[in-house]
Write a new protein. Structure first.
Lengths: 566, 566
């Protein structure tokens, strides 16, 4: 492709509305342009990368045995009403009426449509298992579109749906997709983890999010620096062997703490470390009061509390509730001498504390030298805190670190939610009707392009990995008006095309500085610069990633290029 | 692909809601399913064909130098208001509001979006010419969706846009696309013509429709049986050398024709051929009365009348207007003795008539032995009738035939309509701002799939041409429960896969009849049937198109397959 007539409008300045690096670089390198908030055009350079990502996804889906198809974006409201999502999906679902005033949704996902197809066209157990997928445009009216194509309102997605006889079959289909996703994101050169996600609301079935570890993102991921463990911090289990202090228990004392309510205030005032304090939080759990205790340097985790108590509803008590139950305000509550009806649930770490500080259940007083199991006795010790950086990895290998995560994929066991709602049944080998057991598997294709850039760039621009690069070679005639340079460049361009190489030829009559800046920005892995030594047949080969530059005679060029594994 | 778990739900019966053969066959062969009126899912088999068509389109677009990109479906109303199409497009434009009550259209085409991009990102004459394209889903709220994917409301389209310095450049870009379209539709095995379409409303610029000649369609195409001439019958020029009758002009006579008003009635009543009658039609052309004359066996063409008179508005006079102007009702009007203010315009054929019959401008009377240029003198003889089957082709080669046409492509010179409306200018080599000159080029990709089927089927099903067939080989184990058959089939299946052949393996435990019927319906070009002689290594090879069947030893199979050019 000749750059002079290739639409790749690079920008020198960082666009003011782009907060994250991938958004900035996609705009600056001429990959995308915005049409409306969260709605983007992929210009030719961006489109080439999107296609390469799409092809990798397609290859691995096909390899996994999934069948490609194409469902429409226009979805009748009836289907969504049958599944109950017409209301439940809320304002994210884009809706419109046709010329006959019939209501439709623009598909944000296709569970309803695929289930209605399968309902009509799959009859027998002999036709199962089956996994269907499509790579198709999706629509979601995000409340706050941002980060360019990382959170857009129209985007390219791969969505797959598996259909099985039973949950055992679903487990297999799920694993097949899980494995395919691992292959896909590995081939896409991403530092990702399959993160166990909270599945409480969906009935405890398995679900994993594939998260790219990044500096931007909307979730915080706890991951091991040595293994492949990763989880959303909200549900990551804590497995720590705490040491019990060698201190001898001392006599419990009441101390006046007139204005000290938080752990920070109390520990400073009393000159003790936060880990010597007990953080006490009063919750209303399914209408019963529960006092949750964690160590002062830890964060309480109410999702874990909910799971531990198998509760429906967990809410922090407000000031009034606290006063009614414990006769004092939240800053002064603690586990000692509380009414018998208040359940006390403590994190494991609390049981190892000696001579701790906690609220006295008396306005403006705390207690010191409090010792668990002497001065109070929790109903239960459990894992009830958030995991922290520095904790040992729950799988026993390595140490926990935190990163932001970009969700690029999601695998989900749907079970029979949709097949039951829409009546998708099959006849089993006994001739009995059974609901088809389903799974759902998504990959954000356009988002993944941005995720790759988040991981593969430097201060000068994008640094494309080979297999998703828009071109493999950037051929630059430094001074196109100089005949020897132009001739050699044209000659190499033809040669590369003949060899089937993907080459962008910068044939523009621009200054060298402009060309190099654009080349860095666009980030094609290998650059071949034709300059002053063209007459001798000497060109420069520069690797984008390392900046490594060498002079090469054209006769040696193929060998050198091969070294870079093109 | 093993058919047992491939989603290809064939139907025995002809679906009652499918009027045309392609729609019937796409439903019956399990290629598509309807989600809503005019909204279809492409199931895996249909998707494979759609992809192949898409790839052929892409290859030829790339070969023509066009650059692929991807624009969004969501288009802000502002852009459409700037171009004036927000109102003009009418109810075909699907519209919706987002959560902030902003108005959007679902793109039926992308002139506005591409022009707004080019406006911002093309600056200099050095960046032109350029042609950009995308293969993308389009939305049109058709008043009457029908014929399956031939006229849908959501469909896959290739749309391209060219950008040039001037109209001369546009001519070249247009020709490049025109040539690419010819290559595409040839490769797609279609009997098509590039038809000159009426471009009056757009200011007389060139436009061609690529029409597949068919038995269904919404336009009638006049084409030559010997050359590539083709035109919509409404604008096809008539070039006929009429013979003048050898009869001597006789004396004009008035005859009573009490109830005879139409040519049919009059010619029967008077026992003369329709071609001896003059058909007289009174039009109001830009408020002036014009009497149009054509031979009784011809059809008057008001589009030609409009062009000939360079008129804005042409309407047939109603009964009242006719009585006011000619003092009689429409069934009895004629060109003899009419008021001087009524212009008479006649088709060429009229001037060759001798002793003709026409209305007498007197209630219940006609005239016979009327002779042009003796009894009346038209202001003008011109081409004013529709072309007819049997006419010589206007290009002098062959005879005109009629066919219905399916419009699969459209190339159009837009000129500066959009660039001026949206302000897309470039700086020319003199440093002056000039509007970019544009062309627009569409191909209905999903519609083309149906057009191929209209042309390639027989009474048993689809007969796919090789290069768009969903698979190349249909491998059928006639009795999969029979071990020798199953083993040989499995063995050949593996072999074909290894050789990279696209093969569908019917491994279902169905009866032979069911398998053969499905195979005919699906229409894969070559069928390999493994039956009773499996133990001897003998299989049957059957060509779908010819029905030709031969027994072949497996050792000879590759050679035989090669003969069929797989």
């Amino acid at each position: 492709m000749k750059q002079s007539t290739f639409l790749v409008p690079t920008l020198r300045d960082i666009p003011s509305d782009a907060d994250v690096i991938s958004h900035q670089l996609m705009l600056r390198s001429g990959m995308i342009r915005q049409s409306a908030s969260g709605v983007y055009t992929f210009l030719p350079l961006g489109w080439k990368v999107l296609r390469k990502v799409e092809e990798i996804v397609r290859e691995e889906m096909d390899r996994s045995g999934a069948q490609e198809m194409l469902m429409p974006s226009i979805q009748p409201s009836d289907l969504w009403k049958e599944s109950g999502r017409w209301e439940a999906y809320g304002p994210e679902l884009m809706r419109f009426k046709d010329r006959h005033d019939r209501e439709f949704a623009l598909g944000p996902t296709h569970e309803e449509v695929i289930t209605s197809i399968v309902k009509d066209d799959i009859r027998s157990y002999k036709e199962l298992p089956m996994t269907l997928y499509q790579i198709q445009t999706k629509f979601r009216d995000e409340r706050r579109p941002r980060f360019g194509v990382l959170r857009g309102r129209e985007f390219l997605m791969k969505d797959a749906y598996s259909f099985d006889h039973d949950f055992e079959g679903l487990d297999k289909s799920y694993q097949t997709m899980y494995d395919a996703y691992n292959r896909i994101f590995s081939r896409l050169n991403l530092n990702f983890r399959a993160v166990i996600a909270d599945s409480g609301a969906m009935g405890g079935k398995d679900t994993h999010e594939f998260m790219v570890l990044s500096n931007v993102g909307e979730d915080t991921i706890a991951y091991s620096d040595e293994s492949d463990f990763a989880a959303n911090i909200e549900i990551a289990p804590v497995k720590v062997n705490y040491d019990k202090s060698a201190d001898q228990p001392e006599e419990m004392q009441e101390i006046e703490t007139p204005d000290q309510r938080t752990i920070q205030e109390v520990s400073t005032f009393l000159n003790v470390m936060p880990e010597k304090c007990i953080k006490s939080l009063l919750f209303i759990v399914d209408e019963e009061p529960v006092l949750l205790l964690v160590r002062g340097d830890h964060e309480a985790n109410d999702i874990k509390l909910k799971h531990v108590l198998d509760a429906e509803n967990v809410e922090l008590a407000d000031e009034t509730q606290t006063k009614n139950i414990l006769k004092t305000s939240p800053g002064f509550i603690g586990p000692v001498n509380i009414p018998a009806e208040v359940k006390v649930i403590a994190d494991h770490a609390v049981s190892y504390m000696v001579n701790a500080v906690c609220g006295a259940n008396k306005e403006k007083y705390h207690l010191k030298n409090v010792n668990p199991d002497r001065d109070f006795r929790p109903n239960l010790y459990e894992d009830l805190r958030n995991i922290q950086e520095g904790d040992p990895s729950p799988d026993g290998r390595g140490t926990v670190r935190f990163k932001e995560g970009i969700e690029v994929g999601h695998v989900f066991k749907l079970g029979t939610k949709y097949s039951e709602a829409l009546g998708a049944q099959y006849l089993n080998d006994q001739g009995k009707s059974k609901p088809i057991v389903m799974g759902s598997y998504g990959i954000g294709v356009s988002r993944t392009v941005a995720a790759i850039i988040e991981e593969h760039h430097d201060e000068n621009g994008i640094v494309w990995p080979q297999n998703v690069a828009p071109f493999h070679i950037h051929l630059i005639a430094i001074n196109i008006k100089q005949e020897a340079q132009r001739d050699l460049a044209e000659q190499l361009y033809e040669k590369f095309l003949t060899e089937g190489r993907e080459v962008l030829f910068d044939d523009r009559p621009e200054r060298a500085g402009v060309k190099f800046k654009d080349a860095d920005l666009i980030g094609i892995p290998l650059r071949i610069q034709i300059g002053k030594r063209a007459e001798e047949g000497i060109v420069e080969v520069k690797e984008r990633k390392t900046g490594e530059l060498q002079e090469v005679h054209v006769d040696e060029l193929s060998a050198v290029i091969s070294k870079y594994q093109l």
